[in-house]
Ligand binder design. Structure first.
Ligand SMILES: [Zn+2]
Length: 362
């Protein structure tokens, strides 16, 4: 008997940004099958992806990602380490203009799909989409640079359909500070939320917008943990104990996520999975690394708190995953590792449904 197909709902992709961003991906349509990138609708159907969080991310203009040596506390070079300079705070006009453009791309795509794709605003929408096979999109903004200190834009974006927000990508915002991509390094890399950041958390709670902790530094994480009435969520991170990038969560942070009833979408980025943090794609990384992190988190805080957060179109993922069509192989790897069918369904989509039910207003 062939193994049962499990629908997967995914915590993070950068597909909208990638398609709009120029370069070869700008030539592709989400509705048509492509060999570029990790995700489009035909490949999502083939892989059993029922939908996911679609991020809008604004790049910093003229930013060049330069990798340098990592220096220890006394200025000594850490062997095998690396440091990447983050861009400075982004101008709000640039972020607003880009965010509106990508948001419009999404709504036009929804219309053009003639019912194949739906931007979901309620858990009832999401459940119906999964049941009917309509591809469900949660509108997420990664890095709140397009939101003003009076949070007026937040209200407007919410009305448009925003249901998930990262107060920071890794560069600083008026709300808080993100983690750099240094390796190895603790996520405790700077100050916590600003006073406007506190108000942002409160307003997200009031509106029922999920707050994504994935790029926030550790002090910011604890600030949200102390303030927020919603379950704690990292949409695309993994376990720091297994891969010491500040983008991952320490055991203490994972425990807090578990205690709050939240969830961690296990990232598929090789740089966040591997013990040596190698995200270059030059060394083979098996997709079982994703399962290894899931097992670690499950043993620590329970199966209720694990989901998937692929980072499709935003990171180098394991070769044997390839793209979204590799999802059945990932599900099979969970089976081979001894996860039961009920647990696999939880990881694949049911934990997301529970957390969204507790976070959104309706
Ligand atoms: Zn990210």
């Amino acid at each position: 008997m062939p193994a049962k197909t499990v629908p997967v709902f995914d915590g993070h992709n950068d597909t909208l940004t990638k398609i709009r961003h120029g370069g070869p991906d700008a030539q592709r349509s989400f509705l048509e099958r492509s060999e570029l990138g990790h995700l489009d609708l035909p490949r999502a159907r083939e892989g059993g992806l029922a939908g996911g969080f679609f991020a809008i991310f604004t790049s910093s203009p003229n930013y060049e990602r330069v990798v340098g040596p990592l220096l220890g506390p006394d200025g000594e070079v850490v062997p095998g380490g690396r440091s990447i300079q983050l861009p400075p705070q982004l101008d709000r006009d640039i972020a607003t203009s880009w965010t509106l453009s990508v948001m419009s791309d999404l709504f036009r795509l929804e219309a053009e799909s003639e019912g194949e794709i739906e931007v979901v605003r309620t858990v009832a929408d999401l459940r119906r989409c999964i049941a009917e096979g309509t591809f469900a999109v949660i509108l997420h903004i990664e890095g709140a640079e397009s939101i003003d200190e009076n949070l007026e834009a937040l209200d407007v974006f919410y009305e448009a359909g925003l249901r998930s927000l990262g107060p920071v990508w890794s560069r600083p915002t008026i709300f808080g500070h993100g983690v750099p991509f240094d390796f190895p390094r603790s996520p405790d890399t700077g100050p916590g939320l600003t006073s406007v950041g506190h108000r942002l958390v409160e307003r997200c709670n009031e509106l029922g917008i999920l707050i994504d902790l994935s790029h926030l530094n550790e002090k910011g994480f604890w600030d949200v943990s102390g303030l927020s009435s919603a379950p704690l969520v990292a949409t695309h991170s993994a376990a720091w104990a297994l891969s010491q990038t500040p983008r991952n969560l320490t055991d203490e942070q994972l425990a807090a996520v578990g205690k709050s009833g939240g969830v961690v979408g296990i990232n598929h980025a090789t740089g966040f999975l591997r013990w040596d943090g190698d995200g270059s794609g030059k060394v083979a990384t098996p997709l079982t690394e994703i399962v290894r992190h899931a097992r670690y988190v499950a043993d620590l805080i329970g199966i209720d708190h694990i989901a998937l957060g692929s980072d499709f179109d935003g990171a180098t993922i394991p070769d044997d995953m390839g793209d979204v069509t590799g999802l059945p192989r990932l599900i099979e790897a969970f089976r081979s590792a001894g996860f039961e069918e009920k647990e696999i369904e939880q990881v694949a989509y049911r934990n997301w449904l529970r957390v969204l039910e507790e976070t959104w207003r309706d």
